[in-house]
Design a protein around this ligand. Structure first.
Ligand SMILES: [Zn+2]
Length: 73
């Protein structure tokens, strides 16, 4: 199986995609449970702290998030 590495937007840890939780920002940030939602996505670690920080970052700095996503691709 192909390993897909993504970066947590909260703590910057690089992990396999399967170890991270994907959030998609459409009108409001929501967890992307099936991995197929459209919109700007971001990955965070599967823990409360990173989820919380990640959501705050998405709300406050959407442009920064955009840059981070571009860098990690
Ligand atoms: Zn993290």
């Amino acid at each position: 199986m192909k390993r897909v590495i993504r970066t947590c937007v909260s703590c910057g840890a690089k992990k396999e995609k399967s170890e991270l939780v994907r959030f998609v920002y459409s009108e409001k940030p929501e967890e992307d449970t099936d991995g197929n939602r459209h919109g700007r996505g971001a990955y965070v670690c599967d823990n409360e702290k990173c989820r919380d920080t990640g959501l705050k970052k998405m709300k406050l700095t959407r442009s920064l998030l955009c840059n981070q996503l571009r860098r990690t691709r």
